[in-house]
Design a protein around this ligand. Structure first.
Ligand code: HEC
Length: 115
């Protein structure tokens, strides 16, 4: 009986520790026709990119608007997220869902405003 209880608890624990990996709903209520840098783009960068692209990174830095805009102008930002084989595929170690990719693409298409 005790051992059954033990395994039951273990399964329960494993189940709940894995469900933590889920990414929070960053883009719920997102209006893709007017993407905001601070409200929509930046939270994705914080969750998915900044750990590797903080200030002082030797390659691309994405820690503030100016640097993200620079990557937008060069084409790297959308290139690396849309499967363009001229660029490294990002993010490394996780994935973006289609809405998150579209958030970046639309923000760039809409003139990558600092809004
Ligand atoms: C686990 C680390 C890691 C994560 C997370 C990550 N990157 Fe990168 N990224 C790299 C490395 C390493 C390179 C190559 C060196 C560099 O340019 O910084 C790179 C390169 C890039 C480049 C240049 C690509 C090219 O071919 O010119 C862009 C743009 C970029 N990353 C954007 C992003 C974005 C946007 C995210 C989040 C959605 C992201 N990265 C998440 C590690 C990461």
């Amino acid at each position: 009986m005790k051992i059954t209880y033990f395994f039951f608890s273990l399964t329960f624990l494993i189940f709940f520790s894995c469900s933590k990996d889920k990414v929070p709903e960053i883009n719920s209520n997102l209006d893709l026709s007017a993407v905001s840098y601070s409200k929509n783009v930046q939270p994705i960068i914080q969750a998915k990119c900044i750990q590797c692209h903080s200030a002082g990174n030797e390659g691309v830095e994405l820690y503030d608007y100016d640097h993200v805009a620079k990557a937008a102008v060069s084409g790297q930002l959308t290139g690396c997220l849309t499967g363009n084989t001229s660029y490294l595929s990002m993010p490394i170690g996780s994935t973006l869902d289609s809405i998150q990719v579209k958030t970046f693409v639309n923000w760039v298409d809409q003139g990558f405003q600092d809004n």
